[in-house]
Ligand binder design. Sequence first.
Ligand code: ADP
Length: 200
Amino acid sequence: METTNNIHPIFDRLLQRADREKRLNQKAKVFWFTGLSGSGKSTIAQGVERKLYNEGFFPQVLDGDNIRIGINNNLGFSVEDRRENIRRIAEVAKLYLNSGIITLNSFISPTREIRSFAKSIVGEEDFLEIFINTPLEVCESRDVKGLYKKARAGQIKGFTGIDSPYEPPENPDLEIKTAEMTVEEAVEKVYGFMLDHISK
Ligand code: ADP
């Protein structure tokens, strides 16, 4: 057998992010939603995801439901575990980013340090911070999952906003005050903001 038969075809280059973005007709970005538990991150992110999809974009929400029960199911809420949680989420978001996909990451990510860590993994130019700014009293009165009640009763330790700090972003790319608008209005506002960043 001639040795040339064993030579594999040589590709011009590997498939690039730009090729995938072209196919998907969008620019990939990571939108990082931060805010207290119950502030509305997931509700808004999921609403925006649906809207983006209906408008022809290709988005993906990453949140506690698909991350904490899967890839991060061995992590708790200690400082180290929260950091590892965010590191893995940021790395996953980066993989999506390089696949040309718009990701909407919905995680409390309570400290400036942890958000800037996430940003450093994703890359500054592709990371947009959306602060879902809802007062603690409002989040607590919503108490969607009954967690505030448990935290107040001392059944959950280190709960963000109760006995673990939340540091609001100083300079978010977008701020949404959910106590002053409906879910639909919040979704429209976030969607409008995103368009500038994701449109080809
Ligand atoms: P998080 O993901 O931040 O923990 P969720 O999205 O799970 O918060 O819960 C937010 C709750 O607040 C939902 O029950 C939602 O219906 C309610 N809510 C009320 N008004 C708004 C608003 N303007 N924007 C987002 N959520 C709102």
